[in-house]
Design a binder for this molecule. Sequence first.
Ligand code: FE2
Length: 427
Amino acid sequence: MNAPLLLRDVRLPDGRAGQDLLVQDGRIAAIGPALQGPADVEVIDGRGFLLSPPFVDAHFHMDATLSHGLPRVNDSGTLLEGIALWGELKPQLTQEALVQRAQAYCDWAVAKGLLAIRSHVDVCDERLLAVEALLQVRERVKPYLDLQLVAFPQDGVLRSPGAMANLKRALDMGVDVVGGIPHFERTAEQGAASVKLLCELAAERGLPVDMHCDESDDPLSRHVETLASETQRLGLQGRVTGSHLTSMHSMDNYYVSKLIPLLAEVQLQVVANPLINITLQGRHDSYPRRRGMTRVPELLAAGINVGFGHDCVMDPWYSLGSADMLEVASMGLHVAQMTSQAGMRACFDAVTVNSARILGLQGYGLAPGCFADFVLLQAHDPVEALRLRAQRLLVVRRGQVLSRMAPAQARISLPGEPPRTVDWLRP
Ligand code: FE2
């Protein structure tokens, strides 16, 4: 077990300043001003900076990450060319390369204070290479990162021959969550049938559900309604997540006024993927061009838990990204115009506490008894952290320091003035 740790003088996301945090046996033992630790305690000075629970990514594709350019780049930049490109890459994948890329991404994640990721893994491949690779990575990173896997039939569980059998095999192998992609099935009817079948499978096996659902600009893509209704029918309340839900952006307002209360009633959880949604949606529009992200403020106002996901980093769909969930939250608040102080804090929650709830993480948070997992940010509050995509000064898991980063600052020398340091923090 790690030695006790005393973190002095930090600020908490709720605004409490001048707090100390005592860590013993991998858990938070106490939080308060001027705490005393045991004789052998290691003391770290937090210098008044913000201490946050770790970032959590509620939606990612770790099997595709860091494959950008293989075998070619996505010229049109569309979702459908991305899916076609992934199809070209699949036969060339090796387990070794998959593990290597996923492992490299996990290193990036840790350094950015991202310590829990729900990743979809494509099961439309007889060999289930990606499933095997990510199960191996899940095991390897277990001591420092929670990796949760979703069995994701990228080519459609009904449309792609053998997909349902492969999906079941993936679950037998230990994949944690049932996925789906109803809007990619051949017809709306088959999409609805796929939702029904996959929810029944999850109910049978006692597993959660997380479906790519209505990732489309088509206002008539309404599979989320079936997802909610199946959740109700099978008693899956609180265990089902709808990812993307971008068609909701374009739906008729009257219809949405009925839909959102239905989602709240069955405790459906929602994941938006701001970077990818703003990049991929509205591609068939001229002007005005729709943003395409789901209705985040309205869902939150209805009491629905909304998390944000990174979705893609350097893969067939998106050539950018660096495991920075503050970048994701920043894009989310811009796209949703959540620029009030409360709105920005809600976006910070979407990449921390809300996503932790979607993953069902136990012992998450900054309270006595929780796991000693946290990130010290070079910022004084969540809004400043978002503005600066603050440097992760310290990343701690179960009381052990996993990563340290030097503060972001520049030394400027202006004509006729003594050199001084700039760090972009509010003076
Ligand atoms: Fe996705």
